[in-house]
Structures are given as structure tokens and as C-alpha cells.
Write a protein that binds this ligand. Structure first.
Ligand code: BG6
Length: 607
């Protein structure tokens, strides 16, 4: 989604703004721009397409002097990805410039009102109404004008504003879209994401909804809409720029796949002390849990599929019905949610609009809410009653990998933890905790057991379509495996419940049709074996993912991928890894833009 940056200090703002935008490219965009203040005059430079077009047009910032400014990468929502629609947008008299991430849902009525007031519009964007509102309300007090303008807006926004009357200040406002302040020495910043700040400062302030920031080189002032100063905690970013760089890998995605043993360990190990699972961040009690009649898990994309994988463990261990709901569906389905419902909401970014909306809808209906999120201080993390961070570290590749496996790991732990609180786990507890502690090593073993995936990808990269089949927990992983293949290699791929093949899908099987069969759940492996035989009888070529010891599957398949033996309830965290690598190498063989797949965004913060 859109990314915004702001700088004020004693350095050349334009170079810092462009560097910050480079760190935000992964969010997905189709145009970019900067506005810089120099001697009470604002210079705006914009360019459609990739950021290098803007860098070229500004001579990497050298041709745009000034010590304060704002920048933006735009992912088009209202208005085509043209230069006119790119941010920043100027007021008619050039006194104000604005950048915005989010959607203003009542912009059309505001636009009509402003045109009636004599304002003219340069763009088709919703954002432009904001800069004219600020102009209309400005009476010498910038913060008050911004707050009045914000009070007219319905929807989501992270705003950055500069004003020629206050040349060394930059202003920010937050509602539903992420915005973080970076505190420097003789300089201050804001950005949509800490990756744009961490090379300058590790001291950050997470703005919350309804908060405003006024930054000068030597001061940071956070207020509410009435101008009342809010005392905010300064957080320290522990990871450094290298953590957000590729670390020697060709793509962020491969780096993040290889980081999974460490990421899964970071999610699990700190929460197991003396053989007991400890969730210091959870406030829900055993009594409150006994009040829960059903658990609903909601999310989007891979986060939804992480829920599909975790559902089996939670349902099995807690003996409470667990239903999966796509957030984009749940928010409009008039859901049967009440105070006997525990809503588990999963999101890597914590900013996905559909997921936020579903969470708000369920909260309004009385649900107890628990977020499983990676980005600290994100909207979903702040909105839910409880939040369990996945601690995966920064995930830059648009297609999630460690974000997914750490989400599933947290769900497994919650299943054991809640099951124990409810007295349903009994004497399995110690075994399950040991199995959790073994997961990081098993992920590493899985990577080591499959050195030939790149060669295998050569065989599949020209396929017209790929089938992923599995049952129960294997089916949940098949869903994520198919999505990985689609989103980065652009090959058509679908996951099918293996038992469903005979009810239609098998009609699609033809000579040499690649079928990836997941056979890692001993409880139903025989059944999946019969599906392998079925599809092979019709000419399919089967790549089976299973344990080395599974002789029947090993002898039936044309190609093999392996995972170490693990309890079926916890298999998704290892089972998905070969599928991530297969998708990665197929995409590489196809020359795809692996870290920034076409049409996709790391976090879809608009509906
Ligand atoms: C998509 C991402 O846009 O959003 C996926 O490309 C992700 O990787 C999905 O799974 C949900 O995002 P989040 O941040 O809510 O997990």
C-alpha cells in the first residue's frame, strides 16, 4: 500500500525522503513524489512508475534543496496511477503540501463543498480534498487547521503535511493507517513503517488513532484533536538495517524462508519457561475461557491459511468448535458473534483493512478478541483485547513465509495453552510442549532434507496448472502452498481436498498433469495414497511430500519432498517449507519479480 515519509532537520531533506521511500517500496506502489520546503517555498516533484524515475528527475535529491519535507509512494485506489494523481498534493496557493495513506470515504461530498467554496482540483484523488480543507481552516494555527480538517474526514488516513508559514515543521495525523515518529538528534522523522526510519534512528513513537504530531528539528509534540499534549512512550527498535536488508540472499523471500528456524524459535522459545507455556501478554482467564462456546478465526490471504492450519490443533486440544472466516466475508455477513465468542484475528502487518473491519465488527457484537500480529504497535495489535506478537522480525517480501510459519506456531501454542487451562490436554501436555520446542530444529532439518528443489522446479516451471491435494492438516497446508505458487510464479495452482477429487476436479487431470500430494498426516495417509493412485491412473505426475519412512507413498510418487517425522497436529510449520521453496524456484525459473509480485501489496490497507 501507500507509504509516507517525513523529515525535518539540518540535512538535505530530499535525499533522506528518497532513501525512506526506497525502504517502503515493498509495500507496493505505482507512482511517487516528494515536497520539500526551502526558504518558505515548497518544491514538489512527482513521477509515475518506479521510484528510480523520481530519483532521476531530482538527480537523487540534489536538485531539490531544503531541510524539511514529505514523501510518498502511491498504490492507486482513487484515480489512475498518473503523475497528476501522485502525491504530494498542493493547496491552490501553494502554501500547503500533503501526503496520505488510506481512503477518505466521504471525499466526493467534501470535493463538491470545496468546489462550491472556490477551490479547484488538479487530481482525481480523495487525498486532495484534505489539503484544501486545511487551507480553508487555516488561521495561523497549523495544528488546529489539521485537526479541523481531520474531523471532517470519514475513512482511514496517515497524513504528512508541510506549510510555508512554518518552514522547519512537519505535521502528521493518524487514523486507521500506520504512522510512526522517529526521534533523532537535531532531526525528526515520520514514516508508515520503521524500515524507513531504522537507518537514522532506533527511537520510535507509535502514533495511535486520533493522534497528531508536530515535529521540528529539536522537538516532538504529540497531541489529541483538541491540542492536549499526550505523553507517549519511546520504543527502541532492536533489529538493525541489515535485518531489513537481504543478508546475501538474492531475494528477501529466500532470506526470510531461511530465517524461519530462527523466527519460529523467536515465536516459541521465549514463551516456554521450565516446561510451561507462558503468555504474559494474555489477560484472558480460565473462567473467561470456559464462557467461550466457539472460536472464530479471521484473516486474509496467507494469514487466513495459517488459521486453517492452526484450527485443527486448537479444536483438537480445546474441544471448542473453531470456524474459519475470511475477513472480507465476515465483515458483511451479519455474523452470529456474541460474548461467548473468542475471535482470533491474524495479520502480519496488523494493517489489513478487511481484517481491521472484521475485528471491529466482531468487537461491536461482544466478542472477546485476540490478535496474532507481527508488526508491533499496528492497528490490529492495538484494537484487540489481547495481542500475541509473532516476533518474526521485519518481513519485506510481499509473499509471506516466516510471517505464516510464526503465525501457525503461535496458534499451536495457544491450542496447548488454552487446552491446558480448560483441563482438556491431560497427560499430553509435556509431550506437546516438547514437540513445540523441536519445531525450529525440524524446520531447519526440512530445509536440509530437500537440496534438490531448485532442480525439481525446472520440471514444473512451464506447467499450465498445478494441483495441490491433501486431507485435514495436509489440506490446510496445500492451500498455502498453492497460494505461494500463484502469487510469485503466476502459474495457475489450486489446492483441493483430496477426498473431493472424485466429485469433479479429477475431470481436469490429463497426461503429465503435475499433482503435488501432501501426505504428512499418518491418520489419513492411506486415503491420500488412494488419491495418488487415482490421479496417476489418469496420467498425472505426482510429487509427494511425506516422511522418508513412508514406503508406500515413496514407492508411488514420481518425485519426492520430505519432512522430518512430527506430530500431525504441528506438521504445517515444517510441511509448508518445501512448498515455499518450490514456489520460489519456479518463480525464479520464470524470471518473476519475486519480492514484489505484480498487482500485489505487502499489506492491503484499503478495502
Ligand atoms: C496480502 C499479502 O496482501 O495480504 C499476503 O500479499 C498476506 O502475504 C495478506 O497474507 C494478509 O496480510 P496481513 O498483513 O494481514 O497478514
Amino acid at each position: 500500500m501507500c507509504g509516507i515519509v517525513g523529515y525535518t532537520g539540518n540535512k538535505r531533506a530530499s535525499g533522506i525522503l528518497l532513501g525512506g521511500l526506497k525502504q517502503l517500496e515493498y509495500r507496493g506502489y505505482d507512482s511517487a513524489g516528494i515536497a520539500v520546503m526551502d526558504q518558505n517555498k515548497i518544491t514538489v516533484v512527482k513521477a509515475s512508475g518506479r521510484l528510480e524515475n523520481l530519483c532521476r528527475r531530482t538527480n537523487d535529491g540534489d536538485s531539490v534543496p531544503g531541510g524539511a519535507g514529505i514523501g510518498h509512494t502511491r498504490w492507486a485506489t482513487h484515480g489512475a496511477p498518473t503523475e497528476e494523481n501522485a502525491h504530494p498534493h498542493l493547496s491552490n496557493d501553494g502554501r500547503f503540501a500533503i501526503v496520505h495513506n488510506g481512503i477518505i470515504e466521504n471525499y466526493l461530498s467534501l470535493r463538491e463543498e470545496l468546489i462550491a467554496e472556490g477551490y479547484h482540483f488538479e487530481s482525481e484523488t480523495d487525498t486532495e480534498v484534505i489539503v484544501h480543507l486545511i487551507d480553508m481552516y487555516y488561521d495561523g494555527d497549523m495544528r488546529s487547521a489539521l485537526a479541523k480538517a481531520a474531523s471532517r474526514l470519514e475513512g482511514s488516513y496517515a497524513l504528512g503535511v508541510i506549510c510555508t508559514e512554518e518552514p522547519d515543521k512537519i505535521y502528521a495525523a493518524k487514523e486507521a493507517s500506520p504512522l510512526i515518529v522517529g526521534a533523532g538528534i537535531g532531526e525528526n522523522f515520520f514514516a508508515s513503517d520503521v524500515t524507513a526510519l531504522v537507518s537514522h534512528t532506533r527511537n520510535v513513537i507509535y502514533l495511535e488513532d486520533g493522534e497528531f504530531a508536530e515535529l521540528s528539528p529539536d522537538s516532538i509534540r504529540i497531541t489529541d484533536c483538541f491540542g492536549k499534549v499526550i505523553d507517549k512512550k519511546v520504543s527502541r527498535i532492536s533489529w538493525d538495517v541489515q535485518a531489513a536488508e537481504k543478508g546475501g540472499y538474492e531475494h528477501f523471500m529466500l532470506k526470510e524462508i531461511m530465517e524461519q528456524p530462527a523466527a519460529v524459535s523467536a515465536a516459541i522459545s521465549p514463551r516456554i519457561k521450565d516446561g510451561r507455556i507462558v503468555f504474559d501478554e494474555l489477560s484472558i482467564t480460565a473462567e473467561e475461557l470456559k464462557h467461550i462456546h466457539k472460536i472464530v478465526i479471521t484473516a486474509c490471504g496467507s494469514a487466513y491459511y495459517a488459521g486453517c492450519a492452526g484450527k485443527y490443533a486448537i479444536e483438537q486440544l480445546c474441544r471448542i468448535p473453531v470456524t474459519m472466516e475470511l475477513a472480507s466475508e465476515l465483515r458483511y455477513s451479519d455474523p452470529l458473534i456474541d460474548d461467548h465468542t473468542l475471535l482470533i484475528v491474524i495479520s502480519q502487518s496488523g494493517e489489513t483493512a478487511d481484517t481491521i473491519a472484521a475485528l471491529k465488527e466482531c468487537k461491536a457484537r461482544g466478542a472477546r478478541t485476540l490478535a496474532v500480529v507481527n508488526v508491533v504497535g499496528s492497528a490490529i495489535a492495538n484494537l484487540a483485547d489481547d495481542c500475541v506478537y509473532t516476533w518474526a522480525g521485519p518481513e519485506i517480501a510481499v509473499a509471506t513465509t516466516k510471517g505464516y510459519t510464526t503465525q501457525v506456531s503461535v496458534l499451536y501454542m495457544l491450542g496447548v495453552y488454552f487446552g491446558e487451562l480448560l483441563g482438556k490436554v491431560g497427560d499430553q501436555y509435556d509431550y506437546l510442549v516438547d514437540e513445540l520446542l523441536l519445531l525450529p530444529r525440524r524446520v531447519q532439518e526440512t530445509i536440509d532434507m530437500n537440496p534438490g528443489i531448485e532442480a525439481l522446479a525446472e520440471k514444473y516451471h512451464n506447467s499450465k496448472a498445478l494441483f495441490f491435494i491433501g486431507r485435514n492438516t495436509d489440506y490446510a497446508t496445500a492451500l498455502e502452498g498453492a497460494l505461494k505458487m500463484k502469487e510469485i510464479s503466476y502459474l495457475h495452482a489450486e489446492a483441493y481436498a483430496a477426498g473431493e477429487l472424485k466429485h469433479g476436479t479429477i475431470a481436469l487431470i490429463e497426461e503429465h498433469q503435475p499433482v503435488i500430494a501432501l501426505c504428512c498426516n499418518p491418520l489419513i495417509m492411506e486415503k491420500t495414497l488412494s488419491n495418488i493412485v487415482e490421479v496417476k491412473a489418469r496420467g498425472a505426475e505426482v510429487l509427494a511430500l511425506t516422511f522418508r519412512s513412508n514406503d508406500k507413498i515413496v514407492s508411488s510418487a514420481d518425485d519426492l519432498l520430505f519432512i522430518p517425522k512430527t506430530t500431525a497436529l504441528f506438521s504445517a510449520v515444517t510441511e509448508v517449507v518445501p512448498l515455499q521453496l518450490l514456489a520460489y524456484y519456479v518463480a525464479k525459473a520464470n524470471g518473476c519479480d519475486i519480492d514484489k509480485p505484480k498487482n500485489l501489496a505487502k499489506s492491503v490497507t484499503v478495502e
